[in-house]
Design a protein around this ligand. Structure first.
Ligand code: G4P
Length: 188
């Protein structure tokens, strides 16, 4: 069991059979030492993939993605969920969030992605994979290459896991959860 899985068992709170609360170390209050460890683990796994850029989505993905980009020595670009007035040349993709039952537009400045980029996508959660599909769309609009997907917590029974595996992408999850039944975290 890695450090992240241990922290998840000690500090994660099962809200119901589909939602896990991790606000106290991952997506609200941040444990910097744990983030450093997360960056090391993702960087170690993807170090031979020729990654030129890490991409994530605001807000929960930014800190683990930053830690990973720092270790790999490459830039990080985080996609936004609304277009800033200062953005000149946006790439956009529409994303439906099952958890929040809303649609938002994923936005990224086109200049920050080139067709030669070898992308590592990092995010805090993988659930239904809607956010991932938006990222996949943005990358394909520029003809760049998705070389890997690093996820802190996947809920493997939801659709995102099989979508990514069926597409043949290299998926590495620090914690893969098989179920949240009976108020307990059960790893895959
Ligand atoms: P998907 O992209 O994989 O389809 O996921 P979905 O739309 O269902 O998830 C929407 C949001 O909910 C995402 O955050 C995701 O990180 C978060 N999420 C999904 N499952 C869980 C869970 O079990 N626990 C917690 N705490 N969050 C979960 P977001 O809308 O992008 O918001 P942000 O918090 O990153 O800003």
């Amino acid at each position: 069991m890695n450090n992240f899985q241990k922290t998840l068992l000690e500090q994660g709170k099962v809200i119901n059979e589909t939602v896990l609360k991790v606000d106290n170390f991952l997506n609200h209050c941040i444990d910097p030492t744990l983030m450093d460890d997360i960056g090391n683990q993702f960087a170690e796994y993807f170090k031979n993939k020729g990654i030129t850029k890490v991409i994530t989505i605001e807000s929960g993905g930014i800190v683990p993605a930053y830690a990973t980009a720092l270790k790999l020595g490459v830039p990080l670009v985080f996609c936004k969920k609304a277009k800033p007035s200062t953005m000149n040349n946006p790439l956009t993709s529409s994303v439906f969030s099952f958890t929040k039952n809303t649609t938002y537009t994923l936005v990224m400045e086109s200049d920050y992605l080139s067709k030669d980029d070898q992308i590592l996508f990092i995010d805090d959660f993988l659930a239904n994979g809607a956010a991932f599909k938006g990222i996949e769309d943005l990358i394909s609009q520029k003809g760049a290459h998705l070389k890997g997907v690093g996820i802190c917590i996947e809920k493997s029974w939801q659709e995102g896991h099989s979508y990514i595996m069926n597409k043949g992408y290299d998926l590495f999850c620090l914690a893969s959860i098989a179920s949240l039944q009976n108020g307990q975290i059960h790893f895959s």
